[in-house]
Design a protein around this ligand. Structure first.
Ligand code: HEC
Length: 197
């Protein structure tokens, strides 16, 4: 039907106002029906048969996945609380752990009582790399590879280093006069470190 043949008046009139019956463009009609079909499919899919998750469901699934990923990351990093290398531990359990780590890893060079062998004496007031707890920890963590003391962060975990550093700290001033082999005198390059009492 061409435009000229089509009577634009719908045929009703109220108070002198007539209604125009414009023919809708074909693309518009297609779009209209496609929208309707889409709406019905959408309604059935999401709200009648519950085949897909709604936005809140998607959100919850993503949050759960993120929480799982976070928990896995935290688990891979070990205990959450950071080790504090500012202070040595005086906890007997930690010192015992430090002593056993010392026996396995350090004894060969620093001797049974810490009196020194290949490595320096750890019981006296003389330190090459500083005698504060932070400095001792730092020497253990980073090592002195060129002098034969490896970087222990490659071998021991943080809490193990803290334990063995606390044990070394506790060796200070112990009597090694009768130790075998005999206690090593201070290294020539060592400086005296007096602990604050
Ligand atoms: C293979 C031998 C060797 C082993 C094993 C070793 N050390 Fe040492 N360590 C040394 C040497 C050598 C030095 C001196 C480095 C230097 O001359 O600068 C040293 C230095 C140190 C110092 C610093 C001493 C100072 O005067 O400043 C500390 C603390 C120390 N070692 C602790 C440890 C601990 C704790 C372990 C075990 C976890 C350990 N060492 C294992 C050889 C060793």
């Amino acid at each position: 039907m061409s435009n000229e043949e089509h009577n634009p008046l719908a045929g009703h009139e109220v108070d002198g106002i007539t209604e125009l019956d414009n023919q809708l463009p074909r693309w518009w009609v297609w779009l209209f029906w496609l929208c309707n079909i889409f709406a019905v499919v959408y309604l059935l899919y999401y709200h009648v048969f519950n085949m897909g998750p709604l936005q809140i469901g998607e959100y919850e699934a993503e949050m759960a996945a993120a929480q799982q990923a976070q928990a896995a990351l935290a688990a891979s990093r070990g205990p959450a609380e950071a080790i504090n290398f500012d202070e040595p531990s005086a906890d007997p359990a930690i010192l015992a752990k430090g002593k056993s780590i010392y026996g396995i890893n350090c004894l060969a060079c620093h001797a049974m009582d810490g009196q020194g062998l290949v490595g320096p004496n750890l019981t006296d007031d003389f330190w090459i790399h500083g005698g504060s707890f932070q400095e001792i920890s730092h020497t253990i963590i980073e090592g002195v590879p060129e002098k034969g003391m490896i970087s222990w962060k490659l071998v021991l975990k943080e809490d193990e280093i803290h334990a063995v550093a606390s044990y070394v700290w506790s060796l200070h001033g112990t009597d090694v006069s009768a130790s075998v082999p005999p206690a090593k005198p201070p290294e020539p390059e060592a400086k005296e470190y007096k602990r604050p009492s």
